[in-house]
Design a protein around this ligand. Structure first.
Ligand SMILES: N[C@@H](CCC(=O)N[C@@H](CS)C(=O)NCC(=O)O)C(=O)O
Length: 203
């Protein structure tokens, strides 16, 4: 059985919880106190971070790597596109999300950065502007890639869920992004994957 070491407020862990619930297989989630991390976290991940997935002798970290493994191990419903060209495009998008959005999410999540309001304001502005740029895609599409829910929707959902929590207000032009977010939030797996601490992040 797969075991996921997860932070109850961690957006990266939320991605993996979301995929596990989408797949509907057997798994165990172990909540890790990030203020008081057990020693075995550093043994399993040299960077000392969650999420970490363990299955027998396989130990994985990095949310997108974990999610691709779960997707290949349990192919239904498939979250990476089957077509190699679309798969490659999806990976490129995932990479861009990390560079353009989640670098800044990490700044907002990092307790040490809380003392640097300038860095935090810059992070909020970068996230706001980049999300607003996604509006034209989401005006046409139900999900990021079109009609089908995919790994891209999984990757971005924890950020969209935390916008109020991070103090980020999207411009009116980003209304299609908000509508898209509601579509993702209404998926049963998304709701099941929320921890009690995440449930209260959004009014
Ligand atoms: N790039 C990593 C980021 C994981 C990450 O930043 N995890 C944070 C919690 S949200 C963490 O474990 N922080 C504890 C620490 O760095 O000491 C991923 O996608 O999994």
């Amino acid at each position: 059985m797969m075991v996921l070491y997860s932070g109850t407020t961690c957006p990266f862990s939320q991605r993996c919880r979301f995929v596990l619930f989408e797949k509907g297989m057997d798994f165990e989630i172990r909540d890790i106190d990030l203020y008081n991390k057990p020693e075995d976290i550093a043994v399993m991940n040299p960077y000392g971070q969650v999420p970490i997935l363990v299955e027998r002798d396989l130990v994985l970290y990095e949310s997108n790597i974990i999610n691709e493994y779960i997707d290949e191990r349990f192919p239904h419903p498939q979250l990476m596109p089957a077509d190699p060209t679309m798969r490659a495009r999806t990976r490129l998008f995932l990479y861009n999300f990390e560079r353009e959005l989640f670098t800044y999410v990490s700044i907002l999540e990092d307790r040490r950065q809380a003392a640097d309001p300038k860095a935090q304001d810059k992070a909020r502005a970068q996230i706001r502007d980049h999300l607003a740029q996604l509006a034209p895609i989401l005006t046409k599409n139900k999900y990021m890639l079109g009609e089908e829910f995919s790994m891209l929707d999984v990757a971005i959902a924890p950020l969209l869920w935390r916008l109020d929590h991070y103090g980020i207000e999207l411009p009116k032009s980003a209304a299609p992004v908000q509508k898209y977010a509601e579509r993702v939030f209404s998926r049963p797996a998304f709701i099941e994957a929320l921890t009690p601490s995440e449930k209260v992040m959004r009014r």
